[in-house]
Design a binder for this molecule. Structure first.
Ligand SMILES: [Zn+2]
Length: 364
């Protein structure tokens, strides 16, 4: 393994396949796997291999620019709304049709294509009749029916969920203490990106303790459950702060890049949206999605910690009644976790869960 793919731990099979493929690439790849498994980092390294004049050393000027996201022949097409629009698919076609700026090849990275919906046919046409110079990297967390035909035109590379031990090892290599790394790996549910963010978040430990304290604070009264739910949702709100800080920095970098490009070329951007504002709206939309996702992820993490308390109780329960109560609590928490995707009313849902857990604590 070269310096490339160093930031893609635990995906040896995918990395080996890509390293082999880079010498004689086909024109479309599908990176399939859950969020936080390294698809985006692998796409950058693979793109560097495809453009590097030295076959992928990872250190030359081309490689460095690709990895930094500043090479003009590696373009990431971010979606603007909740789904990939037909307009975005047309953008892809337009971008693919342009000649490479520097070399013989250009790479188009297409994230979130499990959300392709009605844009599928437009994208399919581009991928079926690709310009000779274009290589597509389609990324998807799963393959919905709308993506099946596109997937069949791509070489598929699977990214498996990371084992907690892999996430732990990656964090330890980055300087996180082993004990904390292990906790973070579990809390992040096998997502390295999320574990990294929690590692950099000084408030995480306080949030963890708050969730751990929930069972001991439930007394069967609805009022206590409501107060506690309020407190936990307040923690969710504050958990967005580190993400917001990173987003502000990202936006500042984009604005600086636009200003530089404007100075050099007199224009920037794609699809006719040029000038200082190029890509700003897309980034704002993505940032909003990231904030929503962070809240959901954070709630899931909290529920995982809470379920852990009841699992420990289940393991040490000395009476059938206590056993039944703990098992039921684990089930209730899992039920809310599963419903989260369709349930924006997190406060009400959490209140209801805590009220039930509290009543159960009194009767058990
Ligand atoms: Zn290179």
């Amino acid at each position: 393994m070269t310096a490339l793919f160093a930031d893609v731990p635990g995906q040896h099979r995918a990395v080996a396949a890509l390293t082999a493929a880079a010498h004689r690439p086909v024109h479309a790849y599908l990176f399939a796997g859950p969020a936080g498994t390294g698809k985006a980092a692998a796409a950058r390294s693979f793109a560097a291999m495809l453009l590097c004049p030295n076959g992928g050393d990872g250190t030359c000027e081309t490689c460095r620019r690709v990895l930094a996201g500043s090479h003009p022949d590696v373009v990431t097409v971010e979606r603007e709304g909740a789904f990939i629009t037909v307009e975005a698919a047309r953008d892809v076609a337009r971008l693919a049709a342009r000649s490479p700026v520097e070399g013989q090849r250009k790479v188009l990275i297409l994230p979130d294509f499990h959300l392709v919906r009605e844009a599928g046919p437009a994208l399919l046409k581009t991928i079926e009749e690709p310009p000779a110079s274009a290589v597509f990297i389609v990324m998807a967390e799963y393959v919905p029916p709308e993506l099946i035909t596109i997937a069949s035109r791509c070489v598929r590379v699977d990214f498996a969920p990371l084992a907690p031990a892999t996430v732990t090892a990656a964090l330890v290599a980055e300087g996180v203490s082993p004990d904390l790394a292990e906790e973070l790996a579990v809390a992040a549910g096998g997502r390295l990106d999320r574990a990294r963010m929690l590692a950099a978040d000084p408030e995480f430990e306080a949030r963890r303790r708050a969730w751990l304290s929930v069972p001991g604070r439930l007394d069967g009264r609805g009022h206590s459950a409501a107060v506690l739910a309020d407190e936990l949702v307040g923690l969710l709100d504050r958990s967005v702060a580190p993400l917001k800080a990173r987003q502000d920095q990202e936006m500042a970098e984009l604005e600086a890049r636009n200003a530089r490009a404007l100075e050099v070329n007199g224009k920037v951007g794609r699809g006719g949206r040029g000038g200082l504002k190029a890509g700003v709206r897309e980034m704002e939309d993505r940032h909003k999605r990231e904030v929503r996702r962070q809240r959901t992820d954070e709630l899931r993490t909290g529920l995982a910690i809470l379920a852990g308390v009841y699992r420990d109780r289940l393991a040490s329960a000395s009476t059938p009644g206590a056993q039944r109560a703990a098992a039921e609590a684990v089930g209730l928490i899992a039920g809310l976790g599963a419903a989260l995707a369709n349930n924006p009313g997190e406060l009400l849902a959490l209140q209801a869960l805590l009220a039930r857990l509290g009543r159960q604590a009194v009767t058990a």
